[in-house]
Structures are given as C-alpha cells and as structure tokens.
Design a protein around this ligand. Structure first.
Ligand SMILES: Nc1ncnc2c1ncn2[C@@H]1O[C@H](COP(=O)(O)OP(=O)(O)OP(=O)(O)O)[C@@H](O)[C@H]1O
Length: 258
C-alpha cells in the first residue's frame, strides 16, 4: 500500500449516551480510493465530520500527513489539503458557477486584503493561477458552458458535479465525497464514476467515498471499510466485501452477492 495520508486510530465519538463512532481504526493511503459504507445512521458522516475538524473525537487519534489533527480548525485542515462535499448540496446558490469555484480556489492565495487592494505582481500571478485552475476544472467537468449561470439554476446532477469541482479547486490531497451519486440517474452515475477515477489520477488525489450506490462503490473503490452502529465490521477489497457474511447480513443483503 502507498504511504498513509489519513490515519484513524481507535477513534470514538459520543453524543450524550449515543456512541456514533466506536474505536474506528483505518487508513487512506496517498492516491488511494477508499469506500466507507454501512446502513443509515452507521456513523459515516460523523466520521467525515471528525476528519474535517467539525467534531472532535471523544477519544482516539486522527493523523493527516503524519500530524495529529486534534484541535485544528476546519479552515486550517482545508488549507492543509482536506476537502469535502456534503450529502445535501451546499453551494453559494446566488453566485455564478465560476465564482463558486473562484472562492474555493482563493484558499491558497497568500496575498491577503492589502495584496488585493494593491494588485501587485504576486496578486496577479496568484489570480492568474486561480483562473487557470477554475477554467480547467469547468472544462473537465463539462460545466464551461454554464460558467456565468447562477449555481442554484443548474440541474441537480450539475449542482452535484459543481460541488466536487469546488472541493477540487482548493487543491486537496484528500477528497471526502459524501454520497455524490445521490439522486443521479444511471447515466449520470456512470459519468460520475469515470470522473472520480479521472480526477484521482489527474490531481494525484486520495479519495474517501461515502456512498449507498453499490455499483458506484464496488466499481471504483480499491478498498472498502464497512460500519454498523459506529463499529467497523469489515474491511477489504470490493470482492472480499461482497462475499463477507457480516456485511451481507448487516447491509448488502443476499441479493447483492455477485
Ligand atoms: N450532532 C449530533 N448529535 C447527536 N447525535 C448525532 C449527531 N450527529 C450524528 N448523530 C447520530 O450519530 C449516528 C450516526 O449518524 P451519521 O449521520 O454519521 O450516520 P451515517 O452513517 O452518515 O448515516 P446516513 O447513511 O443516513 O447518512 C446517528 O444515530 C445520528 O443520529
């Protein structure tokens, strides 16, 4: 396996009497595509919220690039290379498609307010790079024709893709995708699978994917971890997971076995 980029070690989080994630240990290697699956309420989104610094684990450690992330704010973690999309689309609806991407791409612009006022060489170079990346992403995701439209006016599938573009514009090392195929039709799902594979190679990304659509998960993940009631009940290749008795019982159902 490649070097570990993200490491979770005995991570637990409790909300009052409820243990939402319990003793979760797993890794995502550099450039690896890992799935995190399980029934509703299993703790997948909560795991994302801990990885992105929204929640602090009650116990256990999360390391990103070898550094313990405890106490680091979500905005800093984004700057360090962790980006995510959300289960429910959270775009800036009244901004144009291009501006949604520009806002994210400026995360690394170190010029600050004074730089923006002065508009010197450094600011211009940084803006040019922001614009180059934004346009490249729009073209890859087939959204260039809608660049000036309000984000909220896009069809649902396009809004979902724009969310991924916006996350990518922050130039992450790790991309967390929370149910990206939700609400997509079969052909949009096929396109999405191709896109995820493509961007992973193009930008040398590690991806952690939460998804209920098993065709998508089994089709693109290199490794899959399965949660049930906050506990990891299995981890392995798609083939191993499809035949795992506990996973079939808890989640997939016998019909899913290939
Ligand atoms: N802030 C919170 N306060 C209290 N309970 C919470 C909180 N966040 C999550 N939970 C609970 O933790 C458990 C895990 O929820 P989570 O949203 O992580 O599940 P999930 O696997 O992402 O489910 P789904 O597939 O439906 O999105 C659930 O019982 C949920 O109600």
């Amino acid at each position: 396996m490649s070097n570990p980029l993200l490491e979770l070690e005995n991570v637990t989080i409790k909300f009052g009497g409820l243990t939402a994630v319990s003793e979760l240990t797993t890794t995502v290697g550099e450039g690896e595509l890992v799935g995190l699956i399980g029934p509703n309420g299993a703790g997948k989104t909560t795991a994302f919220n801990m990885i992105t610094g929204v929640y602090q684990p009650t116990s256990g450690n999360i390391r990103f690039g070898g550094r313990n992330t405890r106490g680091i704010k979500p905005s800093r973690l984004a700057g360090m290379g962790i980006a995510r999309t959300f289960q429910n689309i959270r775009l800036f609806g009244s901004l144009s498609v291009l501006d949604n991407i520009r806002v994210a791409a400026r995360l690394h612009n170190k010029q600050g307010y004074l730089g923006a006022l002065w508009r010197g060489k450094g600011w211009k170079a940084s803006e040019a790079e922001t614009e180059r990346l934004a346009i490249e992403l729009l073209e890859i995701f087939d959204l260039a024709g809608q660049r000036d439209e309000e984000a909220k006016s896009l069809p649902y599938g396009d809004q979902r893709r724009l969310e991924i573009v916006r996350a990518l514009a922050t130039r992450p090392k790790l991309l967390l995708l929370d149910e990206p195929a939700a609400g997509m039709n079969p052909s949009e799902k096929d396109d999405l699978m191709r896109l995820i594979r493509f961007i992973k190679e193009r930008y040398n990304l590690a991806v952690l994917l939460v998804e209920h659509d098993m065709k998508v998960v089994m089709g693109i993940c290199e490794r899959i971890a399965v949660l049930e009631y906050g506990r990891k009940i299995a981890e392995g290749t798609p083939k191993e997971i499809q035949c795992h008795p506990k996973v079939i019982e808890a989640y997939l159902g016998a019909a899913a076995v290939v």
